[in-house]
Design a protein around this ligand. Structure first.
Ligand SMILES: [Zn+2]
Length: 293
């Protein structure tokens, strides 16, 4: 299998987390920007997009503070240089206007998906809570008295999700950095990233050290695709197909000592036996394949 060679150990240097994109749309506390100029441009684009005005409260070589044009409004933004370096860090950011900007803007009856998204985006923060396009329609109607079409609400939802989580491709870019940190902070943890020949993300595999260690004290029964059992490993794949399952078994076999000894078979056979087990209709057949494993 030549494509196994493409599995690479992760590198931290690929992504430093410093924002240099002047069109960055998601601003939050603790972000670090390349320099003051980048911060200024990002904030200028933000007010143009959200259509309000700010005042510069303080601006020097080491500080850049903003406030809403309405003196009584709570909206504020503070950033400053990081220890004599050029980079600027967002120290505090209160994105809530108490000046009624949100209502004013919406009642102009030009509520764009972007404006609705910035109003509802906090509802999308908790991944356990499903906030649908219909919820957006209902909330905007209740809170602001505005009718929003399903299409507009759906687009607002997409924009809000992107504001909070970034695009999926950006998330995948973060993977190698996160995997590196996972291995650093949990020695013995195994992570693998598998890319296509042209560098596109294919599969990811994680087996935490605690799980590997825990397995040494378990009876060697591996349950694939089930919850509420000590997880040995998990993976992210494009879809559950022959190729991705086989890749998963390759990683499982390679993960660590005890697991390695548990299975007699080669990963390719392991995958075939697993599928044969899955399709076994009689106890005899099932037990035959189980002993093979
Ligand atoms: Zn305001």
């Amino acid at each position: 299998m030549p494509d196994i060679e493409l599995i690479e150990k992760t590198k931290l240097s690929e992504n430093t987390g410093i924002i240099d994109n002047m069109l960055n749309e998601f601003v939050e506390e603790d972000q670090v920007y390349k320099d003051k100029e980048t911060v200024i441009n990002v904030m200028k684009n933000l007010v143009v997009r959200e259509r309000f005005q700010f005042k510069v409260k303080r601006s020097s070589a080491t500080r850049y503070h903003l406030m809403c044009v309405d003196d009584n409004c709570a909206w504020s933004f503070k950033s400053s240089a990081v220890f004599k370096a050029n980079i600027f860090k967002v120290r505090s950011y209160n994105n809530n206007h108490t000046c009624g900007y949100g209502e004013r803007y919406l009642t102009q009856r030009q509520a764009t998906s972007g404006a609705i998204a910035s109003i509802v985006k906090d509802k999308h923060v908790n991944p356990k809570y499903v906030y649908t396009a219909n919820d957006i329609i209902e909330d905007i109607q209740k809170q602001h008295g505005i009718e929003v079409s399903y299409m507009k609400a759906w687009r607002a939802k997409e924009i809000a999700m992107a504001m909070i989580r970034g695009s999926p491709s950006d998330s995948y870019k973060e993977l190698s950095k996160n995997f590196y940190m996972l291995e650093q902070t949990n020695p013995g943890t195994v992570t693998k990233l598998h890319k296509s020949e042209d560098g596109c993300f294919l599969y990811a595999y994680v087996s935490l050290y605690a799980s590997i260690k825990g397995w040494e004290h378990c009876r060697p029964i591996m349950v694939v695709d089930r919850r509420k059992i000590l997880p040995l490993a998990y993976a992210i794949v494009d879809s559950e197909n022959n190729k991705s399952w086989e890749w998963f078994f390759v990683q499982i076999k390679g993960t660590s000592g005890n697991v390695m000894r548990t299975f007699k078979k080669h990963h390719k056979q392991l995958k075939d036996i697993f599928f044969a087990l899955d399709r076994a209709y009689t106890i005899e057949k099932f037990e035959y394949h189980m002993t093979e494993m």
